[in-house]
Design a protein around this ligand. Structure first.
Ligand code: TXA
Ligand code: MG
Length: 350
């Protein structure tokens, strides 16, 4: 299949291109589009066949449900049963990088929700995503627009590399602002369970919800036979070709570990900007300044794709903090590393 590429400047959206892409969606086709988090692979959320095409194009198991994207928070009511807490979350964070799990209505076929009676709803803030959903006139079901097993795409090139020839269209709108997928919460009255951390942090959610619990699978592996709260938790997540090891410890000690590692083995390093002057440039990927978690989120998925290209025998990265936006970075990295953490200790201290 030939994939039509629409190059659209988010600041000067060409209505003709949006109209054409929306027409593909209404006709049951698939179009990848940018959001403020990562690119989505979109199809008509009310069309079971479109959902099947999405699973096939991604190579994704069809019991892992899709997020539906709406043009305004109120539109969720057409597809899901909303409640007071949803409305308060919507007032505070939508449009934006938040997904809320709600009881589904019949307008959403069970092919979209992997057979669940709940549906994940999100109202993105990206101007291209909003224009496309509005023009399509229907909610758009969209998982991240990567092949199953690749990191989520944070720029148009990633999508073109993964899905060109497999879907009808790709809207290339440049870099995604945030670079990590949306925060996902499940509501139980005014109580929220955080299923996937993202740019809307647990602290921010706690300002609106009565209480916020972080699902254990966000930081820990699932125990054997444990039933996940979100089907996505049980699937093999992205894993780089070479083993990824996360380093924890005092900043100077980790830096000297990395310095020695570069002499001893063929390693790829995801390092902080401050460290680049102490390390050799070969297989070195700058992920941003140590305290700049926003930049680290923005660069993480591109850095992981790059690490695969550099083809080292082992990949090292810093273990992120687990507070604020750090929890989202921690969650993606700890899964990519299959929970491999090395606590670096000074040889002097023993
Ligand atoms: O930022 C994002 O959320 C991006 C953009 C495109 O919006 N989308 C995204 O979709 O990351 P995806 O499919 O890659 O991840 C959705 C996650 C999956 O882990 C899935 O299991 C979970 O949401 N999910 C979807 N519906 C659910 C439901 N009804 N109950 C529990 N988990 C659900
Ligand atoms: Mg995904």
């Amino acid at each position: 299949m030939t994939t039509k590429i629409f190059k659209i400047d988010p600041e000067r959206i060409a209505p003709q291109a949006i109209a054409e892409a929306a027409e593909i969606l209404r006709a049951g086709g698939l179009v990848a589009f940018p959001t403020e988090t990562v690119y989505g692979l979109g199809g008509d959320a009310t069309d079971a066949q479109a959902a099947q095409k999405i699973y096939a194009a991604k190579g994704r198991p069809s019991d892992n449900p899709l997020i539906i994207h709406v043009a305004s928070p109120e539109e969720a009511e057409r597809y899901a049963v909303t409640n007071e807490t949803y409305r308060r979350l919507a007032d505070a964070f939508m449009p934006g990088p938040l997904t809320v799990i709600l009881p589904k209505r019949e307008s959403i076929p069970s092919a979209v929700t992997g057979g669940l009676d709940s549906v994940a709803v999100r109202c993105p803030s990206h101007p291209i995503a909003r224009a496309l959903i509005r023009e399509a006139g229907v909610a758009i079901a969209a998982p991240s627009a990567n092949l199953s097993g690749s990191p989520s795409p944070s720029c148009g090139d990633h999508v073109i590399r993964d899905l060109s020839g497999r879907i009808d269209g790709i809207i290339d709108g440049g870099d995604c602002e945030i670079g990590l997928e949306s925060t996902i919460v499940k509501l139980d009255g005014a109580h929220a369970t955080l299923l996937r951390p993202g740019a809307i942090t647990a602290d921010a959610l706690a300002c609106v919800c009565e209480s916020v619990a972080v699902a254990p699978a966000v930081t820990e592996g699932l125990a054997q036979n444990e039933r996940p709260l979100s089907p996505g938790m049980k699937y093999k997540h992205y894993a780089p070709k070479a083993p990824l090891v996360l380093l924890e410890g005092d900043a100077d000690e980790v830096l000297s570990f990395l310095y020695r590692a570069q002499n001893a083995e063929k390693c790829t390093i995801l390092c902080y900007s401050e460290e680049t002057e102490y390390l050799r440039g070969e297989r070195l990927i700058d992920v941003g300044a140590r305290e700049d978690l926003v930049t680290q989120a923005h660069t993480l998925f591109a850095a992981l794709r790059k690490a695969d290209e550099l083809d080292g025998d082992i990949i090292y990265a810093h273990l992120p903090p687990t507070d604020g936006l750090g929890l989202a970075l921690y969650n993606r990295l700890i899964r990519a590393a299959a929970h491999t953490v090395l606590r670096v200790k000074s040889s002097l201290k023993g």
